[in-house]
Design a protein around this ligand. Structure first.
Ligand SMILES: Nc1ncnc2c1ncn2[C@@H]1O[C@H](COP(=O)(O)OP(=O)(O)O)[C@@H](O)[C@H]1O
Ligand SMILES: [Mg+2]
Length: 379
């Protein structure tokens, strides 16, 4: 039985390397590694940990091991795959959400985001975005960290080849970041458009990311455009009329009415007259267990199904409680992907949780609550 496993996993004409969490990624010949680090023979290890051996073995075809019995790092494929492990799924083709912008000037084309082949469509969320933007509304998308806000918008644009000018707000922003400024070159001055007139002329989406971080008063420069789609630039006297495809989208962790949780430091309540000009508010929430399973399976096809299921179960169980305990205790989609990456690289669950979650939790009570959930799913 053990021999069958060994030969199924390791064909004879292949040399064998291992990626090991305990050994922190060093690759070496398998038998030598098991004896030195795990004090086990190959047969004992195969009998005990069949799944992890399938996952962790890199196979190098047609190369001899070095004298010391170690394969060279450069000989090992970056993403080791072993026979029998499910192969990478072909991403499904997604129908664009808006009419595809085919002819775009070179200057504009560089603002079209790149398509992510792993993008998963959340039908409810994308339908709301389509409705708002088709109806020329100003859209404000908000929700906890890592709930697919920015990625969804960027991918919807990418699939329809829509340019997006993305501005990440900062506390020291000025209105000139939006409008533009007089700049100098070789002894003369010229007007340099800010992101607002640029997006209006290009027919781009202006994505104002983390809008609740911006000082509220400077957002007032957007109000006239939110009302009338026309911008008058005081410094030049110029008037810019928005291209028909221009849209304004805000993206933030709070609704702009304050942060009662106190977890999103640096955010401000926004001006009510500014907020009143938003056409649609979309609130995002943590992705479902099946969404997480789907994403992790696509991105890490070699990760065994039971590990994928555990990652998804852990995230959704913690997130279900996070609304009542603390948002800090939530597992964002970024944490999910980090966990999957560690596990896929052969890290144990203990190390995975340490690196991806535990080491960044400051509050010991929250840490305890998190560990209880971990225990409850048998980890
Ligand atoms: N719908 C999705 N399909 C695939 N990957 C996604 C999706 N949404 C988010 N992600 C992944 O999660 C990461 C964080 O998502 P993001 O939208 O930036 O979060 P936030 O809600 O904080 O803006 C993205 O960089 C991407 O890798
Ligand atoms: Mg974001």
């Amino acid at each position: 039985m053990v021999q069958t496993i060994v030969s199924a996993v390791l064909p004879d004409d292949y040399h064998r390397c291992v990626r090991c969490a305990k050994w922190l990624g060093t690759r070496e010949k398998l038998e030598a590694h098991l004896t030195a680090v795990h004090s086990m023979t190959l047969e004992e290890y195969c009998g005990k940990h069949r799944k992890s051996i399938e996952r962790s073995i890199g196979i190098v075809k047609g190369k001899n091991p070095t004298k010391e019995g170690f394969a060279q790092d450069s000989d090992v494929p970056k993403t080791p795959r072993s026979p029998g492990v499910k192969s990478r799924q072909k991403p499904k083709k997604i129908t664009p959400f808006f009419p595809v912008r085919r002819s775009l000037d070179d200057a504009v084309v560089e603002y079209v985001p790149k398509v992510d082949p792993y993008f998963i469509v959340d039908k409810g969320l994308t339908a709301d975005v389509v409705f708002a933007l088709d109806n020329e509304m100003v859209l404000y998308m908000w929700g906890p960290k890592g709930t697919c806000k920015t990625h969804t918008l960027m991918q919807m644009a990418a699939l329809s080849r829509i340019p997006v000018i993305r501005l990440n707000c900062r506390a020291d922003m000025r209105s000139s970041h939006f409008i533009g400024r007089i700049a100098g070159r070789q002894g003369s001055t010229f007007w340099k458009d800010g992101v607002l007139p640029k997006a209006m002329k290009y027919g781009a989406w202006l994505l104002v990311d983390e809008v609740d971080i911006a000082p509220p008063h400077i957002l007032n420069v957007l109000q006239a455009v939110m009302d009338s789609r026309v911008l008058t630039i005081e410094d030049t006297g110029g008037v810019v009329r928005a291209h028909k495809n221009f849209r304004i989208i805000f993206d933030a962790n709070t609704s702009g009415a304050g942060d009662p949780s106190g977890q999103y430091h640096g955010t401000h309540p926004l001006n009510e007259s500014f907020r009143d000009r938003v056409g649609m508010w979309v609130k995002t929430s943590h992705p479902t267990e099946s969404f997480i399973k789907n994403l992790v399976t696509r991105k890490f096809p070699a990760l065994p199904e039971e590990e994928v299921a555990r990652v998804a179960q852990l995230a959704s169980k913690v997130n279900a409680g996070s609304s009542t305990v603390s948002e800090q205790l939530s597992v964002s989609i970024r944490r999910v992907l980090a966990m999957a990456m560690y596990l896929d690289s052969g890290y144990s669950w203990r190390r995975t949780l340490e690196f991806a979650i535990y080491n960044n939790v400051a509050d010991k009570y929250e840490l305890r609550a998190f560990k209880e959930v971990v225990k409850s799913i048998g980890l």
